[in-house]
Structure formats: C-alpha cells, structure tokens
Design a protein around this ligand. Structure first.
Ligand SMILES: C[S@@+](CC[C@H](N)C(=O)[O-])C[C@H]1O[C@@H](n2cnc3c(N)ncnc32)[C@H](O)[C@@H]1O
Length: 285
C-alpha cells in the first residue's frame, strides 16, 4: 500500500533543485520542465524547507549529471531498455539523446504520475524515446506489470533508482533488488543513490522532521553498498557524492577536507552483473 503521507513532496523538491540548476549560466544539464512542474504545484508545495535549500541543489545537480552520463554511456553500449524506479518528475525521456528504439519505463505512484502526465500534456512535451509511465507501488507486484507493459527480460536493462531507497523499509529494498535481479538479462546495469547514514543523520538534524513528514523511512541498510550489492549478484562501484560534486564543480574542493577515504555516507552507485559486458562508469576522475 502507498503511504497516506504523500511521497510526491520530495519529487517536487528534487524538481525544484533541478530548476535551480537549469537557471545557472554554467548549468550541467537543461531541464525546463522542472519549472513547469513547480508552477503547476504552487510555490509553497514545491519549495523545500530552508534547511535544505543550500545543499539540495548541489547534491541533485551532481547526481543528475552523474546518472545522465551513466545512462548515455550504457545506451551507447547498446542497452535499449531503461527503467526508472521511483521516477518522480524525472524528465530524462525528454532531454537525453536516446535512440528511437529505446524503451524507457517510469514507475511511480498513481498520484505522482497523474500530476506529471497532466503537466507534460499541458506543455506539449514529446519524449525522444518510447516512454511508458507505469503507475504502481514498488512494494506490489511491479515486475508482472512491467513485463505486461512491454519490458523484455530476455534483453538487457539499465535500471535507475535515484532517491528511492530511503522510502522503502529494508525488507522491501531487498525484495526490490531480488526482483530487479530476476529481470536482468546478461549485460544489464543498475544505478542508484545510496545514503542510509546521511539520511539517518538528517532525520535527527533540524530539517529531519520534514523527511518524516513526507514519508522517508530512513531504512537501516548496510553501511557500504558494494558488499550489499555483491550479495545480490552485482559488481558495484560506489562513487562518493561529495567527490563527484567537486568533479562537477558544485561544491568547493575545500569540502573534501571534511571527508577522508572510507568515511563517505553518500554514494552514487553503478553496477553490472559480473562476467558480462561492462557498461558502467569507471571510478571517477
Ligand atoms: C525523492 S523522489 C525522487 C524522484 C526521481 N527519481 C528523481 O530523482 O527526481 C522519490 C520518488 O519515489 C517514489 N516512491 C516512493 N515510494 C514508492 C513506492 N512504494 N512505489 C512507487 N514509487 C515510490 C515517490 O513517489 C517519489 O516520486
């Protein structure tokens, strides 16, 4: 069942952060639809609490650019099926240079996708690939629905779970990983954000009450994503978010002084199935 607390608030906050990035003269990507979602939702609903307004744009711009690069590279590598789990107000279907044969599935709750489709239709937005929105709770039988919607489990898939795991209880995250594995033909890739420690810390910080209000569960996942994903059959590379933010010029290099190797709690993760063709990004520059 979908929580009675609307999870769509944080999808709007992410769109708000992408709209901030879109307005920058040195932007890492263009996302003009982000502002349209915010306008439709109203400023009050779409603006995150003051506590998040400095860090969120840097983190979201970094992870968006990072996963844009990842998805570009895996599709150049030949993958033609992309699944966005907890897609929210992601507009990659409209802004990345997909080949016309690419099928992209967006899975999210009915309320988020209903809002999204209304705004996209009003904007006359045209997807570059074959886009299929699929309204479903990711704790239900989404694999059956996804295959019925057209996913071919015999062909490789590029999965992306960006900003999703904090919403799910730890058992649901494990079930999700198992289901993804079953639908992943050789050559598939998996990308996700992983930050259980940071969200636990935020939960007890001044802004943390807002995360509870919007339905973020702070799941107690293992501290490091690589061994955890290895247990699910994936060979993963975890990229430190702050390091990536420096690489993408979204935090000053001085921020690195506060992190040392092995202490990160926020990762951008890319993974492949060992022994298969590798499509994932190499460890960062
Ligand atoms: C923080 S937003 C991130 C959205 C998007 N991936 C992005 O980065 O812009 C998390 C999304 O996960 C969705 N979500 C959370 N729990 C879900 C569930 N059980 N089933 C389907 N979607 C869910 C929310 O509705 C929300 O759109």
């Amino acid at each position: 069942m979908i929580s009675s607390r609307s999870p769509s608030t944080t999808a709007l906050w992410v769109a708000w952060a992408r709209a901030v990035e879109h307005r920058r003269p040195d932007r890492l990507f263009a996302d003009d639809l982000a502002a349209a979602f915010l306008a439709a939702a109203g400023a009050e609903a779409g603006t995150p609490p003051a506590e998040f307004r400095e860090a969120l744009p840097a983190a979201v711009a970094t992870r968006t650019a990072f996963f844009d690069e990842h998805l570009r590279s895996v599709t150049v590598g030949g993958i033609r099926q992309v699944v966005l789990l907890g897609a929210g107000l992601d507009t990659r279907a409209f802004r990345l240079p997909w080949s016309a044969e690419t099928s992209l599935y967006e899975l999210d709750t009915p309320e988020v996708l209903a809002f999204k489709e209304t705004v996209l239709a009003r904007q006359g937005a045209a997807a570059i690939c074959r886009r299929t929105p699929l309204a479903i709770d990711l704790t239900d039988d989404w694999p059956t629905a996804l295959c019925a919607a057209g996913l071919d489990p015999g062909q490789p898939v590029a999965w992306l779970a960006e900003g999703l795991l904090p919403y799910l209880e730890v058992e649901a995250v494990d079930r999700l990983l198992t289901a993804i594995g079953r639908l992943s033909a050789p050559g598939s890739t998996l990308a996700l954000t992983y930050n259980p420690g940071a969200l636990r810390a935020l939960g007890s910080a001044p802004g943390g009450r807002h995360l509870d209000r919007v339905g973020v569960a702070h799941p107690a996942l293992p501290g490091h994503p690589e061994p955890w994903l290895a247990r699910h059959g994936w060979q993963a590379h975890a990229h430190d978010l702050i390091h990536q933010a420096v690489v993408h010029r979204r935090v000053p290099a001085a921020a690195m002084e506060h992190t040392s190797p092995g202490t990160s709690t926020c990762w951008l993760v890319t993974a492949t199935i060992p022994g298969q063709q590798s499509h994932h990004q190499r460890p960062s520059r």
